[in-house]
Design a protein around this ligand. Structure first.
Ligand code: MIC
Ligand code: SF4
Length: 645
């Protein structure tokens, strides 16, 4: 039996377990990446582990999320990360150098290698044939220390691409079609692999748009083969030596196959408030548009922005629209500046932002109230833009640019002859914004610089014999990490300060939650299906932990968030019988007798509801390692226990 692309990489990196679906496998990690919003915590955790120098082939820290610097907090975080990197062997990408996934793709990604990153869009690297997985900061810290990364061996889905995209239809429309077919939970527990003749029609940045937004499927990761197209991209980045060929065996076995004929696709949008709420631009009709934002790790490559510049050239943005553009990296920005495309964007009236996440994470550019905003981004969760009633549509750069000109939803196919942009034979290479770490001889003399906003990682205790708690919150289906731990310009600066950030936990759903949970002392949260979808932010577990949450009881979980709960020592429970969700209410007092023993030995968890008198059971399917982590009170305690023997 042959192997899929992902199986080949997993096999070559397997340090524990066997490639049996649904079982725990531990992988050797070649590269890690962090960004600043999750990075401070990850490096505090790394420091707490006491490893002097990273043991990976390449670890890189990016500053791209918190670049507004409305107070001292972000700048302090940047300084802290820069000094930690210098000391411990990590490359540091300075603010202004670009969005982590775009820069990593350009400068560091390697086909056939493994990468974990403390950001859910790390799978962008799958566009170059790298097994790239989003994880919590603590998992990344452990990997930097040389520890393996554990995942449940996923199922394999093949997306078979045939044909060729019509003019004006874009890679974004391909992933929107996959989301339409599979939904935001369709990828949970799966790796999505792209194959078929249609793959040869897509460049690496286009493939990366698709794997990036595979995060919205809930997938473990997505991956493309590494072929001649990958080779020419790496050659153009002057990294020809990093290329290897990689493809699935003819007789590789997939659990599911999805067929997409590229020639049948049309321009689409993900409508408010979910990335899988797909309509064609034609179906939406000539609806008014108030704002257009082009950029983010999904669509800010050289190709994307050159196409936008060609559409906007010699025209003016509609007076009804505010158009902002954030190039994905300094490489892209610089190339646009040198070839004149930047001048075309400026002349058309685009508001040029720095190379960073910016509006994607609510750092500025919030739309007007009830404003309709077309964005080339990957997430349109309610409130994420910073405007509670903002209506966010996710579209391709072509649709975004066409609509910016007209002021209404515009199918780019109405623009006439398509613009032909090809990848350059040589990208502009200038890594002067990437700072190398100190040598081993110098590292001891480097001082780590901390600011007053940087508070230590919360301490946790080993699990108690039984849990007595109250229900502090009951929420519905598809709760995102933006509900649990909102971001945006006001809250993001508190990412290094768990006591302060926890005051904002779940406030978009229920303003009283933080105070109530604290007053209860020991509490649980009840939720529906796909709880915790979206970001990898471990703050969505650490803030509840700080507020006294002991367990989260839901119908089903999203992968990274579940792992983050376990890493924080919070028990992830799933209703054995989903109908029991209806009977458990806010304020109910519950007991989980002998919970420590159940976690140790396995089996269903018994939950006695003292308020209603009803007893229900919940599933707690954990691997042995996960059990040990929960019993120890989280991954940090567990890792320390392990290294103390
Ligand atoms: C996001 O897109 O939600 C983020 C901000 O990049 C997060 C990480 C974070 O919350 O810091 C992600 O996707 O993991
Ligand atoms: Fe940044 Fe947005 Fe990408 Fe997250 S999704 S890494 S916030 S650009």
């Amino acid at each position: 039996m042959g192997y899929t692309i992902a199986e080949k990489i997993i096999k070559a990196h397997l340090v524990e377990g066997e490639m049996v679906k649904g079982t725990d496998v531990a992988l050797r990690i070649d590269q890690t990446l962090t960004q600043d919003a999750t990075g401070t915590m990850a490096y505090l955790e790394f420091e707490a582990m006491g490893v002097p120098r990273v043991k990976t082939e390449r670890s890189v820290a990016y500053i791209d999320h918190n670049t507004l610097q409305t107070g001292f907090e972000n700048a302090d975080d940047h300084r802290f990360i820069q000094s930690v990197c210098k000391k411990h062997g990590i490359y540091f990408s300075r603010p202004g150098n670009g969005i982590c996934h775009q820069v990593h793709l350009e400068r560091f990604s390697k086909p056939g290698k493994t990468l974990i990153g403390s950001d859910s869009h790390t799978p962008t690297g799958g566009g170059i044939g790298m097994l790239s997985i989003g994880a919590g900061g603590l998992d990344v810290a452990v990997a930097m220390g040389g520890g393996a990364y554990h995942i449940t061996m996923p199922e394999m889905v093949r997306v078979n691409l045939t044909g060729k995209l019509q003019p004006w239809v874009s890679a974004k429309d391909i992933i929107l079609e996959v989301l339409r077919q599979l939904s935001v939970k369709g990828g949970v527990g799966k790796i999505i692999e792209y194959g078929g003749e249609g793959v040869k029609t897509l460049t690496v940045p286009e493939r990366a748009t698709i794997t990036n937004m595979g995060a919205e499927l809930g997938a473990t990761t997505s991956i493309f083969p590494s072929d001649e197209i990958t080779k020419s991209f790496l050659e153009a980045q002057q990294r020809a030596e990093d290329w290897i060929e990689l493809s699935a065996d003819e007789d590789a076995v997939y659990d599911k196959v999805v067929d997409i004929d590229l020639s049948t696709l049309v321009p689409m949008a993900a409508c408010p408030h979910s990335p899988d709420n797909i309509k064609t631009i034609e179906e939406i009709g000539a609806k008014e548009v108030h704002q257009v934002c082009i950029g983010s790790c999904t669509n800010s490559s050289y190709l994307d922005l050159m196409r936008v510049a060609a559409i906007l050239k010699d025209k003016t943005v509609s007076p009804k629209v505010s158009l902002s553009i954030a190039p994905g990296s300094k490489q892209v920005f610089n190339m646009l500046a040198q070839n004149g495309a930047l001048a075309d964007l400026i002349a058309a009236g685009a508001r040029i932002l720095e190379c960073a996440c910016g509006p994607c994470i609510g750092m500025g550019q919030s739309p007007n109230s009830a404003g309709i905003s077309l964005r080339t981004f990957n997430r349109n969760f309610e409130g994420r833009s910073g405007t509670a009633d903002g209506q966010i549509y996710l579209v391709s750069p072509e649709t975004a640019a066409a609509s910016a000109l007209t002021g209404v939803f515009t199918d780019p196919r109405t623009l006439g002859e398509a613009v032909e942009i090809t990848l350059p034979e040589k990208f502009l290479i200038n890594d002067n914004m990437i700072i190398e770490p100190a040598t081993e001889a110098e590292m001891d003399s480097i001082e780590v610089l901390r600011g007053p906003n940087i508070k230590p990682f919360p301490t946790t205790e080993p699990m108690k014999e039984s849990i007595e708690a109250s229900v502090a919150l009951k929420v519905g289906d598809n709760i995102t990490t933006d509900h649990i731990m909102p971001a945006g310009a006001k809250i993001l600066p508190l990412r290094s300060n768990i006591p302060a950030i926890s005051q904002h936990c779940f406030t978009v759903c229920d303003k009283e939650f933080p105070e109530r949970a604290k007053a209860m002392g020991s509490s649980i949260i009840v939720g529906g299906v796909n709880y915790g979808q979206g970001s990898s932010r471990e703050h969505a577990a650490l803030a509840p932990l700080y507020l006294g949450v002991k367990a989260v009881l839901v119908k089903s979980f999203a992968r990274i968030h579940r792992a983050n709960l376990i890493n924080a020592g919070i028990l992830p429970l799933e209703f054995t019988n989903e109908a029991d969700y209806d009977d458990i209410m806010l304020g109910n007092e519950i007991v989980m007798p002998d919970i420590r023993k159940i976690v140790e030995e396995g089996g269903d968890v018994v939950i006695e509801n003292k308020t209603t008198g009803k007893t229900i059971t919940a599933k707690c399917e954990l691997t042995q390692r996960m059990r040990d982590i929960i019993l120890a009170g989280g991954l940090l305690n567990y890792t320390k226990e392990q290294s103390n023997g």
